[in-house]
Design a protein around this ligand. Structure first.
Ligand code: HAX
Length: 431
C-alpha cells in the first residue's frame, strides 16, 4: 500500500537511527530498578519494552501517539490505524486509500469457513476467531518472503502486508462467527461502500434503522485499539513476533491472552455480573442492593469484573466515552441504568479493601450494556469485538517492531532460592 509504505519508510529509518544512537550513547546506563515485589508481581511497572503507538499514564489513561483517547472518540478506526503506525492523523485521501485497500483485500479464503463449520457448535467465539486467524497462516507474506531469503530491512514491509490482509478480513470472519455460533442465519456479504467499522456492523446483521449501531461499532473499535505494550495480549503477540513468527501466529497468540477473564473476557463477565444483579433484584437494582452484591462477590473470593486495573489509578477514559454514548442515546435503558448504579456502588466497596490498588471502572465496565441495547446480547461474543479492534494495535506494533529491528525477547529468570539470597543481600529499597 503505497501511502503507508512511503510514509513508514521515512518514519522507520529515523526511528532506527534514534534507537541506535540511544543504545550507543547510553547503552550501559541504568533507567530503572526491580524490586522483589515486581519479580513476584507479574513484572508490574518494570520498564523493559519500547512502544511508540500508545501510552497509558496511570493518572490519565490511554493516549494514542500522545493524543488522549477521549479526543479521538469521533474518529474512524482507519484513521486510528494510520495514527498508530505513523504518529500522524491521515488526510481524507489517505483514509480513502486505506478503505479501498481493505475492500480489495477482504476476501476470506473458503477453507476458513470450512474449519469453523467443523468446530463443535458450543466452541467459544474466541477459540473460533483464533483458530480462523491461525489456519490462515499459510497466507502469510512474511513467512513466504522469509523462506525465500528476505533481507532484514524489508521485514516491516512484509509484516505490513500481513497486517493489512488480516485487518481487511477480520470483520468478515468475526461477523461470520457471530452469525454461525448464535444461529443468526447465513453470512452477510461485505458492503465495499461502507467504512471498516460500519461494514463490520452491517455483516453482523444487527437491525440498525438509524445507523446508531454503526456509530457505536466505530466508537468501540477506536476505544479498544491499543493499550501500550505491557498488557497480556500485546506483550504475548510481540514476544511471539520477536521470534519472527509471522502475524498470523503472533496475533492469534496475543488474542488467546485477550480471551482471559482478567483481561479482554472481562467485558463478557461484566455484562453477566450486571444481569445477575438485575435478575436477583427483579429489575434495575438500587445502589444499596448492588453494594451488598459486590460485597458478597468479594467475600466469595471472586473479582468484580470491569473494575480495577494493573496500571490505571483513575476512571478509565474509555469507560467515560462509552457512558457518554449511552447517556446521549438511551439514558433510560435498564441495563445501562444498572451499569451507572454499579458505578455509584462498586468503587466505594473496593476502597474498603486496601490491597485493591484501583477501585475505578475500566474499559469493560460499560461496553456490554451498549451492545445489549442494540440487540447484541450474546456476551460470549464480546471479546471477539474487542479482538477485531485490538488487532489494529497489535498489527501496528508488529510492523514498527520489525521496522525498528527489535531483537528476540528474552528476559531472565531466577530461582526462589536465588531470589531470597539476592533479596537478603540487597540493602537498596525501591523508591
Ligand atoms: N474485584 C475484586 N478484587 C480485585 C479487583 C476487583 N475488581 N481488582 C483487584 N482485586 C484484587 C486482586 O485480585 C488482588 O487480589 P489477591 O492479592 O488476592 O490476588 C488484589 O486486589 C490486588 O490487585 P491489584 O494490584 O489492584 O490489581 P492487579 O494488577 O493484580 O490486577 C486486574 C488487575 C485488572 C486483573 C484486577 O483489577 C481484576 O481482576 N479486575 C477485575 C477483572 C477485570 O475487570 N479485568 C479487565 C481489566 C482491563 C482489561 O485488561 N481489559 O481487557
Amino acid at each position: 500500500m503505497k501511502i503507508l509504505n512511503d510514509k513508514l519508510a521515512k518514519v522507520l529509518a529515523a526511528k532506527r537511527d534514534e534507537l541506535k544512537a540511544i543504545g550507543k550513547e547510553h547503552g550501559d546506563k541504568v533507567v530503572g530498578q526491580i524490586a522483589v515485589e515486581q519479580v513476584l508481581g507479574g513484572a508490574r511497572g518494570m520498564v523493559a519494552l519500547v512502544c511508540d503507538t500508545s501510552t497509558v499514564p496511570a493518572d490519565k489513561g490511554l493516549h494514542i501517539r500522545g493524543i488522549p483517547i477521549g479526543e479521538l472518540a469521533e474518529r474512524l478506526p482507519e484513521e486510528i490505524y494510520y495514527l498508530l503506525l505513523t504518529g500522524e492523523l491521515p488526510d481524507a485521501a489517505a483514509v480513502k486509500e486505506i478503505n479501498a485497500e481493505f475492500a480489495q483485500r477482504n476476501k476470506v479464503p473458503s477453507y476458513v469457513f470450512d474449519v469453523l463449520d467443523a468446530m463443535p457448535a458450543d466452541s467459544h467465539p474466541m477459540a473460533m476467531l483464533n483458530t480462523a486467524v491461525l489456519v490462515m497462516q499459510r497466507e502469510s507474506v512474511f513467512a513466504k518472503r522469509y523462506e525465500s531469503g528476505m533481507p532484514k530491512d524489508e521485514y516491516w514491509q512484509a509484516a505490513l502486508e500481513d497486517g493489512l490482509n488480516l485487518l481487511a478480513r477480520l470483520p468478515g470472519i468475526a461477523a461470520a462467527i457471530y452469525r454461525k455460533r448464535f444461529k443468526k442465519g447465513p453470512r452477510i456479504e461485505s458492503n465495499p461502500k461502507l467504512d471498516w467499522g460500519a461494514n463490520y456492523a452491517h455483516m453482523l446483521g444487527i437491525d440498525d434503522p438509524k445507523g446508531e449501531f454503526k456509530q457505536l461499532m466505530r466508537l468501540y473499535l477506536v476505544l479498544h485499539c491499543d493499550h501500550g505494550a505491557g498488557n497480556v495480549s500485546a506483550c504475548t503477540a510481540s514476544t511471539v513476533g520477536s521470534a519472527l513468527s509471522d502475524l498470523y501466529y503472533s496475533l492469534s497468540a496475543g488474542l488467546n491472552g485477550l480471551a482471559g477473564p482478567l483481561h479482554g473476557l472481562a467485558n463478557q463477565e461484566c455484562l453477566k455480573w450486571v444481569t445477575e444483579t438485575m435478575e436477583k433484584f427483579g429489575g434495575v437494582p438500587s445502589v444499596a442492593q448492588i453494594t451488598k452484591y459486590a460485597e458478597e462477590t468479594i467475600a466469595a473470593k471472586r473479582v468484580v469484573p470491569g473494575y480495577g486495573h494493573a496500571v490505571l489509578r483513575v476512571e478509565d477514559p474509555r469507560f467515560t466515552a462509552f457512558v457518554k454514548f449511552g447517556k446521549a442515546h438511551f439514558p433510560e435503558d435498564p441495563v445501562f441504568k444498572t451499569v451507572q448504579n454499579v458505578y455509584q456502588a462498586v468503587p466505594a466497596v473496593l476502597k474498603q479493601h486496601p490491597k485493591i490498588k484501583n477501585p475505578w471502572p475500566n474499559v469493560d465496565a460499560a461496553s456490554g450494556s451498549l451492545l445489549c441495547h442494540y440487540g447484541l446480547t450474546e456476551a460470549d461474543y464480546y471479546t471477539v469485538l474487542f479482538s477485531v479492534s485490538r488487532a489494529l494495535g497489535i498489527t501496528a506494533q508488529a510492523v514498527l517492531a520489525r521496522g525498528m529491528g527489535l531483537p528476540i525477547f528474552r528476559p531472565s529468570d531466577t530461582t526462589t532460592k536465588k531470589l531470597r539470597e539476592a533479596a537478603e543481600k540487597s540493602t537498596t529499597k525501591a523508591g
